[in-house]
Design a protein. Structure first.
Length: 194
């Protein structure tokens, strides 16, 4: 398995591609232009895992689903979390097509896709639907906008809660091994122990 990163959209959002040798892949978050990135690399997404549904993480979700990817998220399609209209009113050139969530996933169970087994951690605070995906076999955490290199996610957006975010990080993420590589929704990689 090879991990590729595509950074796209107005907010320079990271989308992660876990690619197999056979050209199939699992995508974690769908920033703008990630569908084109997959085409350019001759990859086909079988699954799209959403860390949360803020617009910058779902811009290409409908495109990936139209190409056959199964979408998994903490809740069904949630326009109130996406905030498209609010961002457009601020003058930002953003747009996302509605999509259907194929499978709602919750806290705790192990999610098996191909050769990957992800632990799902519900980590609200940045957004009520925030989840992180921990791939224990590799000690990789796909954290969305919960934890960054030297920072944590913002909590001033609708549904955000600073105390809840700090509790989520302490209880769910800091319990992971220090050497766990953290792949955040924005910016460079870090680790739990850093």
């Amino acid at each position: 398995m090879k991990i590729l990163v595509h950074t796209g959209g107005v907010f320079q959002t990271n989308g992660y591609i876990l690619a197999e040798d056979n050209g199939t892949c699992i995508v974690i978050d769908a920033p703008a232009e990630i569908a084109d990135f997959l085409d350019q690399h001759s990859l086909r997404a079988t699954h799209l895992l959403l860390t949360h549904q803020h617009l910058d993480h779902i811009e290409d979700a409908a495109k990936l689903r139209a190409k056959g990817a199964k979408i998994l998220a903490f809740q069904d399609y949630a326009p109130e979390i996406i905030m498209e209209r609010r961002l457009q009113e601020m003058g930002l050139p953003v747009e996302a097509s509605p999509f259907e969530v194929d499978e709602v996933i919750g806290d705790g169970p192990t999610l098996k896709i191909s050769h990957c087994s992800f632990e799902i951690h519900h980590v609200p605070g940045h957004s009520p639907d925030s989840i992180s995906f921990y791939l224990s076999s590799e000690s990789f955490l796909f954290a969305g906008d919960t934890l960054f290199n030297g920072s944590i996610g913002r909590t001033d957006l609708p549904g955000g809660n600073n105390e809840q975010l700090l509790d989520s990080i302490r209880q769910k993420l800091y319990s992971l091994p220090d050497e766990t590589a953290v792949f955040p929704g924005h910016g460079p990689r870090t680790s739990i122990g850093r």
